[in-house]
Design a protein around this ligand. Sequence first.
Ligand code: CAA
Length: 380
Amino acid sequence: MKVGIDSIAFSTSKYFLKLETLALHRRDDYEKYYIGIGQKQMSVFPPNEDIVTIAIDATQKAVAMLPDKNDIDLLIFATESSFDLSKSAGIYVHRFLQLKENCRVFDLKQACYSATAALQLAKSYVKENPRSKVLVVASDIVKYLPNTSGEPTQGGAAVSMIVAKDPRILTLEPHSGIHTTDIMDFWRPIYKSEALFDNKLSVYNYLKSLNITLERYLEASHLNISDLDCVCYHAPFCKMARKANQQTFKNKFLENSLIYGSLIGNSCSASIYICLLSLLDNTPEDLGEKRIGFFSYGSGSVAEFFSGIISAGYKEMLAPESNRQMIEDRRETPFEEYESIFSGTSAPVSRKYQNVGPVALVKIENDKRIYEFLCPNKNL
Ligand code: CAA
């Protein structure tokens, strides 16, 4: 039975900061950000937007492609930027999407790898329950301390994917190469909202993990590197994916997969699937029946190399124009505003900022996050 991605959509915030602006205020050379790191802009998230609100926006678009959302009986929410150590962020998505009550919901965490773990779990679940559909949501907002080398790689996005049999976008293949090792290359203690990192170690371990997992994948699958038509990488910044591609694969198709990420910034768990969407949306040739490799990396660290075959007719399931429009429609944030948003001095109750989707975080009352539809009586 073929199982894989049947529907996919993404969302990011309504605001962005130009990296030229950041470079100017940090007295850094813009060429370092643009060429050295490979980033042009980063999405900036106002206080009324969080991993839940963007996840709801992405999910309503992914679910709209299904004949019946009642087929979803498992929702896995992958994130490393959760605000609650107990309650799942997925439950808010479940409520606002009005999914059936007879549906398992939980969050998964392992840095930027967790959405891949969710996808593989979903594949096994559908193989056991062929009538079921699984909703995999990856949503992250990445923050580093100001004036650190990580600052120009901040960003965020949510990707929602429906995993089902006879998928209309991509069939997951059976083999993977996996590598887990205990390393402190990037981490976020629970008392901090900004991530900490060891820049050189993280880049070194990413590339080392790629070598190990690719070799294991090729050995398990009895395939050669030439059997892959293209590879999508976890892209914490675009230059990282370019370095990875140079090491293994020498540039085939790669640039199309990095268009969205260069404008959004790092979206951690969502990043590799943003690359997939960017590749599918921005490649004019028909990629039907092509084999795509995936290198998923989560610091700490767990890495996996796996592959999938693009379905014939996949273009009918995409919305490239509206995806590009969503990025284009973002408003530029002046630097002072970026700093005020970052420092948390803008109150969530203020209606000063727009939301990208139908739901806003309107206040935090008694330590409870209160979300509301922007248009009352909205039915998703
Ligand atoms: N013009 C053009 N290029 C320039 C330049 C200039 N004026 N100045 C510097 N550069 C180039 C450098 O030559 C270098 O290029 P190479 O990588 O090809 O050598 C590049 O810009 C970066 O410069 P540095 O090596 O000096 O970079 P840095 O110490 O400032 O760190 C970083 C850069 C690693 C991207 C940093 O942003 C960082 O630490 N980010 C957070 C951690 C991270 O993303 N790690 C990636 C792997 S971990 C992971 O993938 C998980 C995750 O999502 C975080």
